[in-house]
Design a protein around this ligand. Structure first.
Ligand SMILES: NC(=O)c1ccc[n+]([C@@H]2O[C@H](COP(=O)([O-])OP(=O)(O)OC[C@H]3O[C@@H](n4cnc5c(N)ncnc54)[C@H](O)[C@@H]3O)[C@@H](O)[C@H]2O)c1
Length: 238
């Protein structure tokens, strides 16, 4: 970190743009939210800058579609002892994100963040993989077709398939509004560093390995009630 600080002071671009945005936000005393799979505030050294400036950050990579469903369904398989043997996801994306992710080097971080949640929820890696295709014709809309094979009692082999068609902006916009409000309130409440309680919104949450949506929701609600509402009541009483 000391080397990075010295290089930054000397005007060298040692950090990717997303990490420079994050660093600038911390220095300006603004809470930072990374809705993309970029390095952002997660890069070693940058997260510590937030803690030292007393500023919170949240991320990474909004959970709005296929991974949202995975983090609801995978705990069900695990809790019912139905062993998932493969999970294949085919994603058809339009718009700017589809174009960006049609480049393999850009898609790698997104695919990794989608896979990580599944590995963690099932407790073991599964074959199948995630595939992303750019279909400009779809525009704002995205379709995910997932095919899941699993084994039940006495090794009986079964499968689940689902198709999800969502409107990117309509799925993301309410999350962005929540995140702007919650991170601003967290800053007011004196929170600093990673906001693990906002994991509910992300594919690759900072500061926690909890991926199951219901556990993330419970953590979010108790944090908001205990930390943010308590603060409001204290302020209201003054
Ligand atoms: N449902 C969703 O929309 C969703 C869900 C999860 C994650 N994300 C992530 O959010 C990001 C945006 O997704 P999108 O669908 O809106 O993509 P998009 O390509 O439609 O829009 C991205 C916009 O950001 C602008 N931009 C690019 N680099 C910039 C920079 N350095 N500074 C300022 N502006 C810049 C582009 O000009 C473009 O207008 C992507 O990283 C995507 O993976 C989106």
């Amino acid at each position: 970190m000391a080397r990075r600080c010295a290089a930054l002071a000397a005007g060298e671009n040692v950090l990717p743009p997303s990490a420079r945005y994050a660093w600038a936000a911390a220095q300006a005393g603004c809470a930072f939210v990374d809705f993309t799979p970029s390095a952002g505030a997660r890069i070693p050294g940058v997260a510590e800058v937030f803690t030292s400036y007393g500023v919170p950050f949240a991320g990474s990579d909004g959970k709005t579609g296929e991974t949202l469903l995975k983090t609801v369904l995978a705990p069900m398989f695990a809790q019912r002892a139905l062993r998932v043997t493969s999970w294949s996801g085919t994603n058809l994306l339009g718009g700017g994100d589809g174009e960006t992710l049609s480049r393999p080097e850009r898609a790698a971080a997104k695919i990794d963040s989608k896979d990580r949640a599944l590995r963690s929820l099932l407790g073991h890696p599964v074959g199948g993989g995630v595939h992303i295709h750019n279909v400009p014709e779809l525009g704002e809309w995205k379709t995910a077709w997932d095919h899941v094979t699993f084994e039940g009692f006495l090794g009986t082999r079964m499968n689940l398939q689902f198709t999800w068609t969502g409107c990117d902006s309509a799925l993301a916009a309410p999350l962005v509004l929540d995140l702007a409000r919650l991170s601003a309130r967290a800053l007011d409440a004196g929170c600093a560093g990673p906001l693990r309680e906002l994991a509910f919104y992300f594919k690759d949450p900072v500061g926690t390995d909890v991926h199951a949506l219901s556990a993330q929701y419970d953590a979010l609600v108790s944090w908001a009630q205990e930390r943010l509402t308590a603060r409001q009541e204290v302020v209201g009483e003054e």
